[in-house]
Design a protein around this ligand. Structure first.
Ligand code: PLP
Length: 437
């Protein structure tokens, strides 16, 4: 094998995790191509001068996540269909390639270049699209939105000017607080809300203000690719933590004092759909408090829960200012609105306000005004109720069809909430995931 694995004995990451990350990156970057045989654990341990059990631990993780496969009597190979391809919902070839410009780039730009964090191209004209996580646009109350837009557009011309409030339009902050404290049990005041350009900007600001290159970020595995890319491009070291039926396995963080931040989707884990259990929530909060780590709670679609009540947010259980809570209107309304919110501990508000002001001043005021009225007049919750029952019907049809066509050979996960389900099937590959809207 032409791959050189470099282990760093000073790294806070354990050796098995370093091997895992190097092999995973080599597979994803194409250095190790699908079908390529990789050395046995014995050979690898010998060449690295470490114990075989350490190598076995990293191979087992790659096997369980579908990056590697073993052929009995033959050896271990890079899988022909990789999990990250599937997590992109479209094959990786559907990304626009960027060519390196003939200029000296910053370190940040170089990491952007390497991770290819570019928009993916989606085929929109399919009769049935299995692209996940997009709301159904036909059901959006477009006339009402239009009416509110023209009302606010005409009522005064103040919205044309700069706002002096980088955190966001005050009535929108208030509307969001009243909504999330009631519906999500989030505990905060209006001035703790920073209105952002979606979850993406909230994550980007957190990275810029709280993370140094080399800091360790623990994140769910499998998990949300866009969050992973942001963390990587800011130079963080990633520590993937496996997820089981009760969510992130918090004990895997144990005693690692060097983890600066943990990113979780506790109400509806992306993509498996499991919920972080109450004991694990408490364990995670205790762990963060003990080590002074930050938890990012990405609560992207928990309004859509079928059958039982939405699970209260982790942030509401926190008594040590460990949790930064992120919400978004991308799923409950529409993603091009580009409005999300970050709930900050009081002491972080001024610095985040500064960074937001310097970066893009503030979000457009007209849309914030419209959204504030949409929420306070009860339209948001009405729309969510309507869409919940619509998605519930679609979900039942899809689950029934999958069961009747594939029977016992498919395992359906995460169908109790959200806008996607996950299907695991031995038909495709023992460890492969197939995600559906
Ligand atoms: C886990 C997760 N978080 C957040 C988002 C929404 O991101 P944004 O608010 O930037 O549109 C998505 C969208 O697919 C998601 O899957």
């Amino acid at each position: 094998m032409d791959l050189v694995i470099t282990l760093d004995s000073h790294s806070p990451l354990p050796l098995h995790q370093q091997i895992y990350e190097e092999l995973r990156q080599a597979i994803l970057s194409g250095k190790l191509s699908p079908g390529k045989r990789i050395p046995s654990t014995r050979e690898m341990a010998k060449s690295l001068g470490i114990s075989r059990s350490t190598v076995t631990q990293s191979y087992e993780q790659l096997l369980s996540e579908g990056y590697l496969e073993t052929i009995i009597g033959s050896g271990t190979y890079v899988c022909t269909q990789l999990p990250d391809d599937l997590l992109h919902s479209q094959p990786v070839k559907n990304i626009k390639k960027i060519t390196h410009p003939e200029v000296k780039l910053s370190r940040y730009a170089e990491t952007l270049f390497q991770t290819e964090a570019v928009p993916r191209i989606y085929e929109n004209k399919l009769e049935i699209s299995f692209r996940y996580g997009r709301p159904k646009f036909n059901n959006f109350p477009i006339k009402l939105w239009h009416k509110l837009l023209s009302k606010h557009c005409n009522s005064s011309l103040d919205w044309l000017d700069y706002s002096i409030e980088p955190l966001g339009y005050k009535p929108l902050q208030e509307a969001i607080v009243s909504y999330i404290s009631r519906v999500r049990a989030v505990n905060c005041q209006a001035e703790q809300i920073l209105i952002t350009n979606g979850t993406q900007q909230a994550l980007d600001l957190i990275m810029r203000l709280l993370i140094e290159p080399g800091d360790i970020i623990a994140l769910e595995e499998p998990g949300y690719l866009s969050a992973r890319l942001i963390f990587q491009t800011h130079g963080a070291k990633l520590l993937p933590i496996p997820v089981d039926n009760s969510g992130l396995i918090v004990s895997k963080l144990a005693n690692n004092q060097n983890i600066r931040l943990v990113y979780v989707t506790p109400s509806h884990q992306f993509p498996t759909g499991v919920t972080l259990s109450l004991p694990r929530r408490l364990e995670l909060l205790n762990w963060a408090k003990q080590y002074g780590s930050i938890i990012i709670e990405d609560d992207y679609d928990s309004e859509y829960r079928y059958g039982d009540r939405p699970i209260p947010a982790l942030q509401g259980l926190d008594n040590s200012n460990s949790v930064l809570y992120i919400g978004t209107f991308s799923k409950v309304l529409f993603p091009s609105l580009r409005i999300g919110y970050l709930v900050l501990p009081q002491n972080l508000v001024p610095i985040f306000a500064c960074a937001k002001w310097l970066s893009d001043r503030h979000l457009p005021i007209l849309e914030q005004q419209v959204l504030a009225e949409f929420i306070t007049e009860g339209h948001l919750e009405r729309h969510i109720r309507k869409m919940r029952s619509h998605y519930d019907c679609c979900r039942q049809v899809l689950v029934k069809a999958l069961k009747s066509h594939f029977g016992e050979s498919v395992e359906i996960l995460g169908e109790k909430a959200g806008l996607h389900i996950m299907v695991r099937s031995g038909l495709f590959h023992s460890k492969k995931l197939l995600k559906c809207v």
